[in-house]
Design a protein around this ligand. Structure first.
Ligand code: 15L
Length: 267
């Protein structure tokens, strides 16, 4: 899809944002990079700004005139409901509402595997399974997905909600053998979303081509995502004696791992 308007990236000062910025500039030309902490220094082809996503006027300022939006801003861990409410729930609403008002988009939204974290490691999930959030953070991502659905059905704002697994340079934990999403594959997924002729409102798993993946994107064939990396390459290092973890422990039994066990009360 050709769009000469600048691409907007929220969450630009985060680990993923910093990795993505030069690559997005290379792929799409000018990029507006914003974060609640200063994402400076700006790269050639980039404008940076400090924006609190809870402030609608400030969000409108960066969305107006933008084309593609990569909404990676917000809190990426479990914390108090007040913080989640302002950063993730109000913040995501503000991005979608500003996009609707100003004709910006499509939006690639960083949802999370924690929207479905209470499925067990024996479950195999497609993109249509009911959500089972494992944390208030996961609830905020489930909210974002529902908001994306509403904004497409009611207003035609196109989006992809990426249920990102574990995006990091290498897998470092046995759970990551299932959940790992390499940075290169994350970029491939974002590019595939923007290249789709009609994105509609699509849910996708952000995961590499892992032998032990729990998740399938087969239900979204209109997004031509072909992951190249496989966490299995790290299995011999991560579990040299096989998987010896306690399979009944909540952080092992459930897909959300430590987000499940945080505050978990055995019923
Ligand atoms: C997430 O959604 C978090 O933002 C990230 O820090 C990891 O914890 C990841 O999920 C994961 O599940 O490994």
């Amino acid at each position: 899809m050709r769009d000469s308007r600048p691409t907007l990236l929220t969450g630009a000062a985060g680990v993923l944002g910093r990795w993505l910025r030069p690559r997005l500039i290379e792929a799409y030309g000018s990029v507006r990079s914003s974060d609640v902490v200063d994402p400076a220094p700006a790269l050639p082809g980039e404008e940076t700004s400090v924006v609190d996503l809870a402030d609608f006027d400030a969000v409108e300022g960066i969305v107006k005139g933008a084309g593609r939006i990569i909404h990676f801003g917000g809190i990426s861990y479990e914390t108090s409901f007040d913080r989640i409410l302002s950063s993730n729930i109000l913040g995501t609403y503000n991005v979608f509402e500003a996009a609707r008002r100003h004709g910006a988009g499509p939006i690639v939204y960083a949802s999370s595997n924690h929207a479905i974290g209470f499925y067990t490691r024996d479950d195999r999930l497609d993109v249509r399974v009911p959500k089972r959030p494992d944390s208030l953070y996961g609830v905020s991502k489930a909210f974002g997905e529902d908001l994306a659905s509403l904004f497409f059905d009611k207003y035609g704002v196109e989006s992809a909600c990426l249920r990102i697994g574990t995006a990091r340079p290498d897998p470092i934990d046995p759970r990551h053998l299932s959940t790992w999403h390499s940075y290169d594959d994350l970029l491939r997924l974002i590019e595939a979303c923007f290249a789709a002729p009609h994105l509609g409102c699509t849910v996708l798993y952000g995961v590499s081509n892992n032998d032990r993946s729990w998740w399938s994107n087969e239900g979204a064939p209109h997004v031509d995502y072909r992951p190249q990396d496989n966490a299995e390459d790290f299995a011999a290092t991560l579990i040299p004696d096989g998987d010896t973890r306690d399979m009944a422990a909540p952080e092992v039994k459930y897909q959300g791992g430590p987000f499940v066990s945080d505050g978990y009360v055995k019923r």
